[in-house]
Design a protein around this ligand. Structure first.
Ligand SMILES: Cc1cc2nc3c(=O)[nH]c(=O)nc-3n(C[C@H](O)[C@H](O)[C@H](O)COP(=O)(O)O)c2cc1C
Length: 310
């Protein structure tokens, strides 16, 4: 048998798409405890059973291992912040979110897609975790969509479906490059303000190759790097993918102007989304740790591919 590499195993487990829950209980002194868990599963309808797996590493492990009652709140789309609090906030997590007490006096997260109040049915020893089986004594469900989680990142089916369903005729698909050379970036000035070079793909696929060929043909060969920002500008009905790029030559006349990165905060940009993107670029340029933004013009996630999501 080949040896099991725990990191590879964790990553393989992570390919299973799950929801996100917050598991809560109260200790003997009445102090609430809670942690984020995606190890939730429904188990049985008759009797009504569910399970969740608290890790032995949890600071609240002994409380969950011996609790007589606990609750599970299934987080709704948009509750990423609640998940983050219950996955890592080191102070009083319950001071950071809105919550209520259920019929057993156990906290449940307000605004959750569903909550299940359980009596502990069984605790099963399971390696570095336990399996905590609960008998559901009370539950509620709002019909909201649950928040999704896969491969270390949150996803929202609602948002993704809405993006896919945006009327195609009103949707421009653009690709652009933030081209860097000696501490400056190449920008062009438009009527509405500055922006990096971009191209309307007009139905062409192979975004990276098309952009690269376009820039070469325009006399601006670049080394195209990682994607830096992928966003939907809903006001314009446009979808943008911007790449990081290094210039191989000076820019030909008429193809924009190199602006020192330090001067970016003084410019007026073509849109809010461009301003936010270049503000992040200027900040990340200081450490050269460029992350990837995925979202829309006002809200999204920053995926730091080297250090995990922010
Ligand atoms: C999406 C997600 C799912 C998680 N699932 C579990 C889980 O099923 N079991 C578990 O013990 N920890 C899980 N964790 C980690 C705990 O939430 C985290 O280690 C815990 O809140 C730390 O609490 P502590 O500081 O009190 O030890 C998960 C974290 C995230 C972000």
């Amino acid at each position: 048998m080949p040896e099991i590499d725990p990191r590879a195993l964790r990553s393989a487990f992570g390919s299973f798409l799950t929801g996100v829950t917050v598991v809560t209980t109260k200790d003997e002194a009445g102090v609430p405890h809670g942690f984020t868990a995606n190890s939730f599963a429904s188990v049985s309808l008759d009797p009504p059973l569910l399970l969740v797996c608290p890790g032995k590493f949890l600071s609240s492990f002994s409380v969950f291992e011996s609790c007589g009652a606990f609750s599970v709140s299934v987080l709704a789309e948009g509750q990423e912040d609640v998940s983050t609090v219950f996955a890592g906030f080191e102070g009083d997590r319950f001071s950071q979110v809105a919550w209520s007490s259920d019929g057993q006096g156990v906290p449940t997260v307000d605004g959750a897609a569903a909550t299940f109040s359980c009596r502990t049915h069984k605790v099963i020893e399971a390696g570095d975790h336990i399996v905590l089986l609960g008998e559901v004594v009370e539950f509620s469900s709002t019909g909201q969509r649950g928040l999704g989680y896969a491969a270390g990142q949150y996803f929202s089916l609602g948002l993704e479906r809405a993006a896919a369903a945006a009327p195609v005729s009103r949707r421009e698909v653009l690709a652009g490059a933030i081209i860097e050379r000696d501490g400056s970036v190449l920008l062009e000035q438009t009527e509405s303000g500055w922006r990096p070079l971009q191209l309307n793909l007009e139905g062409r696929t192979h975004v990276r190759r098309t952009l690269s060929e376009y820039l070469s043909a325009a006399g601006m060969p670049v080394i195209l790097g990682k994607a830096f920002s992928i966003f939907e500008d809903r006001k314009r009905g446009a979808h943008y993918t911007y790449f990081h790029a290094l210039a191989e030559t000076d820019a030909p006349v008429g193809l924009g102007e190199y602006v020192p990165i330090a001067a970016l905060p003084t410019l007026t940009f073509a849109s809010e989304a461009h301003a936010a993107m270049l503000a992040r670029y200027a900040l990340e340029f200081e450490t050269r740790n460029f992350a990837l933004y995925v979202g829309d013009e006002s809200d999204g996630d920053i995926h730091d591919l080297e250090n995990g999501s922010r």
